[in-house]
Design a protein around this ligand. Structure first.
Ligand code: DX5
Ligand code: ZN
Length: 225
């Protein structure tokens, strides 16, 4: 596994010129394109669907599209986003009645699969399913909006998830989403995360490369001892 991945969330991009925004953030060093899907049902906000994902692929975006489903139910959207060109798909366990079936559906559609834990989701939701996951997406804000403040208790939770991942003996990435900035990315990495979603921290600045470079500089100082 490559050590650290940076996944800008296009939720904070300018949707009037999304293709160009995504190109620019890839040019600036993004590893993944984080694509937040909200349905005004599972979360109180509404964003974009598979048509927009497909448009980005047709536009020529080659970096993996990391689809974060904040929708309920999830199964139809899994199939639709896989068809639209998603590479990774994650969803919330509360949003499906049949967790194992939904996880398997992502796998059967050829995508990497992740389970998303809200700040108050207990870790026992990983029981009986962790072995099938490629990544665990940990929310460090309550899902629904960009630009919220990082919930500090998440650091302890990341450490606990890291232990579960190590106990599983599997190569499972730990991704963090919400309030990630240049000034906290290092401590988040030291807690055990390896994939970093950042929306407002990147897109609200004029120079995306400068922010991503600063994040990588912080990550280069990570002390895992
Ligand atoms: C929130 C989304 C996040 C959001 C992060 O529900 O899942 O991906 O875009 O935005 P920032 O980085 O601004 O907290
Ligand atoms: Zn997200």
């Amino acid at each position: 596994m490559s050590p650290f991945l940076i996944a800008p969330s296009i939720l904070s991009a300018n949707f009037a010129c999304l293709g160009s925004e995504v190109e620019q953030v890839i040019e600036a060093g993004a590893d993944l394109v984080h694509f937040d899907v909200m349905d005004n049902h599972y979360v109180p906000n509404l964003t974009v669907g598979p048509l927009v994902c497909e448009s980005l692929v047709k536009y020529g975006i080659k970096k993996p599209i990391d689809v974060h489903l904040m929708v309920e139910p999830v199964d139809q959207m899994i199939e639709d986003f896989a068809t639209a060109g998603a590479h990774r798909i994650s969803f919330h366990p509360e949003a499906t009645k049949h967790l194992d079936r939904s996880v398997q559906l992502v796998v059967d559609n050829g995508c990497e699969v992740g389970l998303v834990l809200n700040p108050a989701t207990p870790l026992n939701c990983l029981d009986h399913i962790i072995d099938k996951l490629d990544f665990i997406l940990m929310m460090s804000v309550n899902p629904g909006f960009g630009g919220q403040k990082f919930i500090p208790q998440t650091l302890e939770k990341i450490r606990a998830v890291k232990q579960r991942v190590q106990a599983s003996g599997k190569q499972i990435r730990i991704q963090i989403d919400g309030g990630v900035k240049v000034d906290n990315i290092r401590s988040i990495a030291e807690a055990g995360a390896d994939t970093f979603v950042a929306g407002s921290a990147i897109f609200n600045q004029p120079d995306y490369k400068q922010v991503i470079d600063q994040m990588r500089l912080e990550l280069s100082k990570v002390n895992m001892a």
